[in-house]
Design a protein around this ligand. Sequence first.
Ligand SMILES: [Zn+2]
Length: 250
Amino acid sequence: MNADLERLIDLQRLDSAAQDGHRRLAEVPDREKALDARLATARDAVAAAKARLAESQNERREHEKTVALHQGRLSKFREQAMSVKTNLEYHAIQKEIAFAQAEMKTAEDAVLVQMIEGDDLTAAVKRAEAELAAEQKKVDADRKAMAAEGAELKTTLERLAAERAGVVASLTPQALATFELVAKRRNGVAIAEARDGVCTICHVRMRPQVFNNVRRNDAIIQCDSCQRILYFVPALAAPAAADSASAPAQ
Ligand SMILES: [Zn+2]
C-alpha cells in the first residue's frame, strides 16, 4: 500500500476517535443537568408530600378546635340546665345541648378521618424521602462514573494528539494538505472506503478505471463526487473449511 495512504487511514482513525471523545466531553454539561433534574424531581416529590401532610394536620387542628368549642358550650348548657325554672327553658336548653352534641359528633368524625388520612400521608412522606435518598445515591454514583469517564477521555485525547503528531510528521506535506482540506470541508471525514465500485460515504459510483486504480491502493485518489481520499479493503479468503466441518453428516 502507498505509504501516505496507509498513514492517512491511520490519521482518519485518530481524528475520528478524537472527534468522538470531544463530542462525549461536550455532552457532560447536559448530562450534569439531567442528573440535577432527577434530584430536583425527587426533592419536589418530598416537598409536595410534606405539604399535603401539613395541610391535613391543619385541617385536623381546625376540627379539634371545633370539638373543644362545642365541649365548652355543652358544659355551659348543662350548668344552665341545673338552674332552669320553667319547662320552656328546660326544653330550649335541651335543644341547644342536642345541637351542640350533633356538631361535636360531626367534628369528632372529621378528626378521625384526618387521623387516618394523616397516617397515609406520613407514610407517603417516608416513601418520598426513601426515594430521594435512593435517587441521591444513584446520582452520586453516576456523577462519579462521569468524572472517571471524563478523566479517561482527557487521557485518551492526549494520547490521540501525540499519536497524530507522529503520523503527521511522517506524511508528505502534499498528502497532509489534501487530507486537511477535505476533512475541513467534509465534517472531519477525509477518507472513504471504495467497495463494489462505489464510494461508501457519498454512495456515488466511480468510473471502472478509477475503481481499478483505487483497488491497487498505490496512489492518493479522490472521489470525483465528495473528494474524499479512497482506499480499498481486499476481501478476506472465505472460511469455507469451518462451514463444511459443521455440515451434518449425510
Ligand atoms: Zn465519495
